[in-house]
Design a binder for this molecule. Structure first.
Ligand SMILES: O=C(O)CCC(=O)C(=O)O
Length: 241
């Protein structure tokens, strides 16, 4: 079922939208257990890395552990991204039914030493044209200000591409300037999702709490999007209209 105008208008205006739970309790339990299994396996997937890693550090003090394309590693993630509920939300906000996957990623902030993800727009990394991608950030634990919930600058997607520069000593992260006085926290329960536009400024704070924060993010693109001047053709088709 497509979203009502009150929600699509909120997204258009603010560049993000909370949609409540998108997982059944069985799906949540299955996703949590698959996530843990993948992160705890002795042999890590090739994409495994720590976004908290800083130049010159052998062992990083802070961790934001990333694994790309969980849907290739466990069927539950493949199933969730194909759910009609999920794709109806994206179709409503994208305004079209040709929806491809850009990629998905697990972003895991362990208890006590989760690092920050600085202010950025996703398209600061991706450079997709037109900038019409959107991400569904799914909490696999209750996420709040203490353990690293999402923060956004409402309406920032309307200001175009922000200049990004390397984020301090972080090897794999960039950052943009943001007026933090405008920032809004988006606490969420496990199983709930928020969608953000690829030009919405967002960040997450360190997790110094005693609770882990597991998140899984699906990045959706319209079928006709370009990168470096060419149409992205090799992507998983999730829905075609
Ligand atoms: O989960 C996080 O800590 C950061 C998420 C993020 O930057 C994103 O979903 O684009």
């Amino acid at each position: 079922m497509l979203l009502p105008p009150i929600q699509t208008d909120f997204f258009k205006h603010n560049g993000y939208l909370e949609v409540g739970s998108v997982l059944t309790s069985t799906e949540l339990a299955e996703a949590q257990s698959a996530y843990d299994g993948i992160f705890q396996a002795e042999e890590k997937p090739q994409s495994y890395r720590n976004l908290g890693q800083k130049e010159g550090e052998q062992i990083s003090a802070g961790a934001v552990l990333q694994i790309i394309d969980m849907h290739r590693l466990h069927p539950i993630f493949h199933r969730i991204m194909h759910k009609p509920l999920v794709l109806d939300i994206i179709e409503s906000l994208m305004g079209q039914a040709d929806i491809n996957l850009y990629h998905d990623q697990a972003l895991y902030k362990p208890a006590l030493n989760g690092d920050i993800v600085p202010w950025h727009q996703d398209n600061g990394y991706w450079k997709l044209d037109p900038p019409e991608a959107m991400s569904m950030w799914i909490a696999l634990d209750d996420a709040d200000e203490e353990n690293g919930c999402m923060w956004v600058i409402p309406g920032s997607h309307k200001s175009g591409e922000a200049g990004h520069k390397r984020a301090g000593q972080y090897i794999a992260q960039i950052k943009a300037d943001a007026d933090e006085s405008l920032a809004a926290a988006v606490p969420m329960s496990a199983g709930a999702a928020m969608i953000h536009h690829c030009q919405t400024l967002h960040m997450t704070k360190p997790n110094l709490s005693s609770r882990q924060r597991r998140a899984w993010v699906i990045h959706f693109i319209p079928a006709n999007i370009h990168q470096k001047g060419v149409i992205l053709k090799d992507r998983l088709v999730l829905r075609s209209g």
